[in-house]
Design a binder for this molecule. Structure first.
Ligand SMILES: N[C@@H](CCC(=O)N[C@@H](CS)C(=O)NCC(=O)O)C(=O)O
Length: 197
């Protein structure tokens, strides 16, 4: 598998996911900031918007970190990092894997940019509802689905770590301990070293 990445970006999620799944992969760096950026056709096929992370795996070429996490988990770690298709936890797995791009990121962006929030009208509610919902789901659990770590935790864990780094995580809640647990995973430590740039 080839991973297109850039340091200090959402690529970190894909690296962490690949490390958790134990997949062999090579990394091709994309110079996001360069003025004369000339993306390869292979990268553009995987990522039409030119965003990282993106992967090419045989005939599969795709981007979007949550989609990559689900793909890698289903293809290389089905039943462990992704509940099987007929597992009752599959629904919650999909919900929480998508929570980062669908709810956390828009709510975070609104708060960061001081945009007036509308809990009813916005699909992501607002920052406080986003945090409360996530925090409650982690009550008494190590991972979002309970005892088992899955690709959903790669997505959510990366968001918890990011929010804490930007001092946007409320103190004394489940999310702080969750971020610590995610950081302590050996696969995440390897990923952080690889993604440092
Ligand atoms: N929703 C996408 C977002 C990807 C994204 O925004 N990537 C940024 C880096 S974090 C990027 O490639 N920006 C460079 C650009 O737009 O040229 C995902 O989760 O993968």
């Amino acid at each position: 598998m080839k991973l297109f990445w850039a340091p200090q970006t959402r690529s970190q999620r894909a690296i962490w996911m690949l490390e958790e799944a134990g997949v062999d992969y090579e990394m091709e760096r994309i110079e996001l900031g360069s003025a004369d950026r000339a993306d390869s056709a292979e990268f553009r096929e995987a990522s039409p918007m030119g965003k990282v992370p993106a992967i090419v795996d045989g005939d599969v070429a795709m981007s979007e970190s949550a989609a990559i996490c689900i793909y890698v988990a289903d293809r290389y770690a089905a039943g462990t990092l992704a509940p099987a298709l007929d597992d009752a936890l599959r629904g919650k797995f999909l919900y929480w894997t998508m929570y980062t791009p669908a709810v956390v990121e828009p709510a975070m962006s609104e708060k960061f940019n001081k945009v007036e929030a509308n809990r009813q009208r916005s699909g992501w509610g607002d920052f406080e509802l986003m945090i409360e919902t996530w925090d409650q789901a982690l009550d008494g659990r190590d991972w979002i689905l309970g005892d088992r770590f899955t690709a959903a935790d790669v997505m959510l864990g990366s968001s918890a770590i990011f929010l804490r780094m930007f001092k946007m995580l409320p103190e004394s809640n489940n999310l702080d301990a969750y971020a610590d647990r995610c950081l302590a995973r050996p696969a995440n430590q390897r990923a952080l070293a690889k993604g440092a740039g």
